[in-house]
Design a protein around this ligand. Structure first.
Ligand code: MG
Length: 352
């Protein structure tokens, strides 16, 4: 079993991310090791429920936990305060106390929402993450960001709340369609781009799925190191937004339908690197490398969207400060930095 230890600034101050094939069968005893709770609410969506809920619930029961299950309809549309409110109702009816815990079983939407319910129920109770998508395993399971969408925008309401344990079973990826694997691979490629040229090379030379435990371990370690140094996103953590500033604009243009987060990030990474390479900031040939790696993992590398519209949407994005945007750029594969760019110059910068 691989263990990545995460230090946090919260009272509990550390948790483990454990990675091993087949781990989901042992959830009960793994949770028992880190919690003295008597009750557990497992939160999952209607897709993941069908495959894993029964096994996880019975494993928790066998380990002595009084366990209940909360299921919500799968999809980003469920990521609302109204669903979280239903979670509170469920937890109150189940008589959950402050000592009891939530287990988030599923992808990013489940982790974000269940984490937020745990962060706010009775001013905060413990929670365990069991991410079942590649995107959630390499990205959202580290860092403690939780939240929901409101009508004015995505993730505008939330809290930083660290899990007490993250259980990653790479075998859960076998039940995912390729589309969702590719979606997560964009974030994997991102880690190589911003921090680790060796990881990037490994992804070029091998099939990431053949060595997925290594790949997940390397990605969460990179994110762990970045988040450790910058838990509340004041500086270095911005590097994790590589490809995301323009990618987020694309997601908005598509109204978050028809283009996945990973697809948007892939196009965003290519677009921003083409611009910075053209401006003489990034080593020549870097864009071509990112393009061929994205293609290898089934990701798009361009979009017909208007550059003017992309820049205009960045101006209204929550990640943009007043009047300027922090662009994440590469000097070369494995090395990144942020460049504060006036919004008035963004359109020209990306319009090469
Ligand atoms: Mg992302």
């Amino acid at each position: 079993m691989r263990t990545v230890k995460v230090q946090t600034h919260t009272p509990r101050n550390a948790y483990d991310i454990i990675i091993e094939r087949g781990l989901i069968k042992n959830v009960g005893s793994l949770v028992k090791n880190v919690s003295s709770a008597s009750k557990v609410t497992v939160i999952t969506d209607s897709n993941v429920e069908k495959i894993y809920a029964e096994g996880v619930v019975s494993s928790l029961k066998e380990s002595g936990f009084d366990t209940s299950l909360f299921v919500f309809p799968a999809g980003e549309k469920s990521k609302t305060l109204s669903t979280v409110s239903d979670m509170y109702d469920h937890m109150v009816n189940f008589r959950m106390s402050r000592k009891d815990i939530v287990v988030a079983l599923g992808g990013g939407v489940t982790g974000d929402m269940a984490g937020f319910a745990a962060a706010s129920y009775m001013r905060g109770i413990d929670f365990v993450q069991i991410p079942t998508s590649l995107l959630a395993q390499v990205d959202s399971s580290v860092g403690g960001k939780t939240g929901v969408n409101i009508k004015q925008g995505k993730n505008l309401v939330g809290a930083f709340h660290q899990p007490i344990l993250v259980i990653i079973d790479p075998d859960t990826l076998k039940t995912l369609p390729d589309y969702y694997i590719n979606d997560g691979m964009a974030e994997v490629i991102k880690y190589g781009c911003i921090k680790d040229s060796e990881l990037f090379k490994t992804l070029e030379d091998k099939n990431a799925l053949d060595i997925i435990e290594d790949v997940i371990e390397q990605c969460v370690s990179i994110k762990r190191d970045v988040v450790n140094r910058d838990e509340k996103e004041a500086g270095e953590r911005m590097l994790l937004n590589f490809g995301h500033t323009l990618g987020h604009s694309l997601e908005k243009i598509y109204n978050f339908e028809g283009l996945s987060h990973g697809q948007a990030v892939a196009i965003g990474m290519v677009m921003i690197t083409a611009a910075s390479e053209n401006a003489g900031i990034t080593e020549k040939g870097t864009t071509v490398k990112i393009i061929s790696l994205c293609k290898k993992y089934g990701l798009p590398v361009e979009d017909k969207a208007d550059k003017e519209e992309i820049a205009a949407i960045c101006a209204g994005d929550k990640k943009a400060g007043s009047g300027s945007v922090n662009l994440v750029l590469l000097t070369k594969i494995g090395e990144s930095f942020t460049k504060k760019t006036p919004l008035s110059e963004l359109e020209e910068f990306i319009s090469i």
